[in-house]
Design a protein around this ligand. Structure first.
Ligand SMILES: [Zn+2]
Length: 84
């Protein structure tokens, strides 16, 4: 969470602009991100927006894949039992 002293409000990483500035007053709030953008610009690159995937989302994806795999195995077993 970044804090904007000019607007006296907290800003989530996704509500910040890609260059680390506040979307309301355009002040730099996230200096580390702004530095990265400036370094990329110095190299002549455009920094793509990095949105980190939360660990619980990855866990959910893994759980979904495992569950679907298990259901698929059950389905195959059912088919083998009825048509085998
Ligand atoms: Zn602001």
């Amino acid at each position: 969470m970044a804090w904007c002293p000019a607007c006296t409000r907290y800003l989530t990483p996704t509500s910040l602009r890609t260059d680390g500035t506040c979307p309301y007053c355009e002040q730099v709030v996230d200096y580390s991100r702004q530095r990265k953008v400036e370094q990329a610009k110095a190299r002549g690159e455009e920094l793509e927006e990095v949105v980190p995937v939360p660990w619980h989302f990855k866990l959910l994806m893994v759980a979904t894949v495992v569950y679907l795999g298990w259901r698929a195995a059950q389905g195959v077993e059912w088919l083998a039992h009825h048509f085998g």
